[in-house]
Design a binder for this molecule. Sequence first.
Ligand code: SUG
Length: 442
Amino acid sequence: MSSTKTVEVNFDGLIGPSHNYGGMSDGNLASKTNAGDVSNPREAALQGLEKMRMLVRAGFVQGVLPPLARPNFGFLVDAGFIGSDANILEQAAEQAPRLLKAAYSASSMWTANAATVSTSADTEDGRLHLTSANLSSMLHRSIEHPETTGTLAMIFEAEQAFSVHAALPMHADFADEGAANHVRLCGAHGDAGVELFVYGREAGESVDGFPARQTKLASESIVRGHGLNGARTVLARQSATAINAGAFHNDVVCVGTLDTLFFHEDAFADTDKVLEDIRRAADGLFDLKPVVVPRADVPLEDAIKSYLFNSQLLAWPGEDRLVLLAPMETQENPKTRAYCEALVAGNGPIGRVQFADVRQSMRNGGGPACLRLRVVMTPEERAACHQGVLLNEAKIDDLQAIVRATYRDRLSVSDLSDADFAEECLTARERLLHALDLSGLV
Ligand code: SUG
């Protein structure tokens, strides 16, 4: 935490007490496959915190974002339910179970979808910009952004250093899923870089198959809002093949950091053009190192099942090549395991693969990369942000103790109508917010 350099800070989502398998996300194969299963919110949150601990121990600066208030009673009231909390839950369970699941979703854990972030070295006004994602494509996610904006505004309050933007207009033309469709490439984190925005459709375009959750218009609007240099910005179309195979975000088939872009051969509609555009934008800044995974080695289906690419690509302290922090499922899939062995045996930019157990989240389609929002920060920006969300091991211990004391280890969708459970969720969150010195969010 004492680094005097500009570093990439990962803000992981602290998994909330209502984590459940609601089957809410069309086009997300894991969410559909595991719909209705019993979840274990306690284990989910502990797994997430252990991943954060691994990075703290390795010497990374690690942040955390608290869960949103769930159930979201305001949403249920907007949907016409009235009366006491218990009445609202009971009526919603009876008349509109899908709305009840949406109101309870713990989906804010996937903070790669919280916002798009541009570091201060890339922006015109020299401030760090964050735009909350409207997540307009999925009902349960579309209700995240007002609270997310509130959380980010509190953490990144110092106006001389940060600019937090509210979500883009809530219309399908502006569909935006945040950093999951955004990659920043550079020579060193503190240098100006190239920002790559990946979209699945144009505004107004209707596509066949699974939903394309990001529009080009949304990405362009963020480029404008953040004051990015057009010459250092690349917009690339995701391939329909990838989306229809279950890559509902680009980070299911692609991850990049520093000068390295690791991606599947089928990730982009036109790979040659993407590489050419990035090289042009990076001219004079850095030499791009692409690592393209051929479908002959890893078929798209295996990439998506194993979440090989939904990994954190990290400049691990003390190691001279990058480390891929991948989910355990990547080790268990014979194709991706063999690929990883060959990858590190070669002399490319990735020198090691480390595995993390985030199975509870994975069963809803969220791997290590989904669980974190990357914020590249100077030492001054780290000092200017809210300190309560920067973690050390003692704080992780405190958070885990709260999770052990307040979270259930079994949750099924039928439990969501129980008013006592709603109370439990809100109490657990209050304790977590207190530990993070964020009680103002209650
Ligand atoms: O939006 N799953 C999330 C997973 C998000 C993963 N994020 C990134 N790839 N960055 C989604 O589809 C499932 C919830 C449920 O079905 O209960 C869900 O929302």
